[in-house]
Design a binder for this molecule. Structure first.
Ligand code: SAH
Length: 343
């Protein structure tokens, strides 16, 4: 994949300069941009109103980075679709489409593998292979929309990878997909999830984006957090909350705290009370997720009565908490499992 321009990652302005450099008239930029981001074509030859000569010229100087569907598992319970995609260099990633009453939501990956090492997560077991380009993140949404013939209205960046360590490509993705002459998905319907990269959160808060920040907290204090997430050695919960407060102040968007409930590790009354104290007075929302056990870890999902107790303690302290609906339980395996099984 030499030094060809990655044409699907270009902003509209960059597309204009790119075509100007090729000596082409300005209206071609709009046409090509729309072929890529509205008609979702994966080949220059599908660009019907572009002359053959120009299509050849484009193919010589640039490439369209796509993802190819290798497998899709469909849940019989709720219609959730889990995709295994192959990249141009044959690496594999996962994406998921969930059907909700308010629309279709796609969970995209931001990296091949992950460097963060969270103990409960299957995506990180082989380490980080590489960042995904903006075009490869976009292509996950595009292929799913084409495959189902249904509009995607929400996006969560919660698949494989840590989005804030692939900052430019991920923010490039958010900007492109929310633009007017693309799929035009509202930034309010996009959630970016992070394990707590503090400088990344602060940088993101200054982008004047309107997306929701989800913070993977998973523990009410640093000691427990360090046993689950190596990143906790780098940033304390206090620093993370401070950065989240900044995000809220700058964007007006309420932060969601993700909390994976793991049997006997972080799901007892004392943890719930500590978490309530930590978040009290903040405009925060807690999303409780019973951990998805994987063959590689020994964690068990929290028991039903512990989940209910945990939620009640938070709510009694005035903190809104939801239990995340477990979609596609029959096909799932946790984050990263499909890729691992395939490898
Ligand atoms: N790196 C980012 C986004 C990818 S992980 C982050 O950490 O937020 C997306 C979410 O899935 C995170 O909240 C992560 O902690 C959670 N997750 C990973 N493995 C899980 C498992 N086995 N069970 C439940 N949640 C899991």
């Amino acid at each position: 994949m030499d030094n060809k321009t990655d044409i699907k990652s270009l902003t509209f302005e960059q597309m204009q300069s790119f075509l100007a450099e090729l000596g082409e008239p300005a209206f071609r930029a709009k046409q090509i941009f729309e072929w890529l981001h509205i008609h979702l074509v994966s080949d220059f030859d599908e660009m019907l109103n572009i002359p053959k000569k120009l299509r050849e010229k484009l193919a010589q100087s640039s490439e369209i980075r796509n993802v190819k569907k290798r497998n899709v598992l469909v849940s019989e319970i709720d219609g959730t679709r889990k995709y295994l995609f192959e990249l141009n260099d044959h690496n594999l990633i996962e994406s998921v489409m969930m059907r909700y009453r308010h629309g279709n939501s796609v969970c995209v990956s931001s990296q091949v593998g992950c460097a963060m090492g969270c103990r409960f997560c299957a995506s990180t077991i082989g380490g980080l292979i590489r960042n995904l380009t903006t075009s490869e993140i976009l292509s996950q949404v595009y292929e799913i929309q084409k495959d189902t013939g249904e509009r995607v209205s929400n996006i969560v960046i919660m698949g494989m990878g840590e989005p804030l360590t692939n900052y430019d490509n991920v923010t490039g993705f958010i900007k492109l997909i929310s633009e007017e002459n693309t799929l035009h998905i509202s930034q309010r319907n996009i959630t970016i999830s992070t394990c707590g990269i503090v400088p990344g959160i602060i940088k993101l808060s200054k982008e004047s984006l309107k997306c929701t920040l989800a913070l993977s907290l998973h523990a009410p204090d640093d000691a427990v957090r360090r046993t689950l997430m190596p990143v906790a050695d780098k940033y304390t919960i206090k620093e993370i909350l401070c950065a989240c407060d900044r995000y809220f102040e700058e964007t007006g968007r309420r932060v969601t705290f993700e909390y994976c409930l793991i049997d006997d590790i972080n799901d007892k009354e004392i943890h719930a009370r500590k978490l309530a104290a930590l978040l009290k007075g903040r405009n925060a929302h807690v999303n409780l997720i019973p951990v998805n056990p994987t063959p590689e870890n020994n964690f068990g999902a929290a028991k039903e009565h512990d989940i209910n107790m945990f939620k009640k303690i938070l709510e009694d302290s005035g903190i809104t908490a939801t239990r995340r609906r477990e979609m596609g339980r029959d096909i799932s395996g946790a984050c990263g499992q499909l890729v691992r099984r395939t490898i």
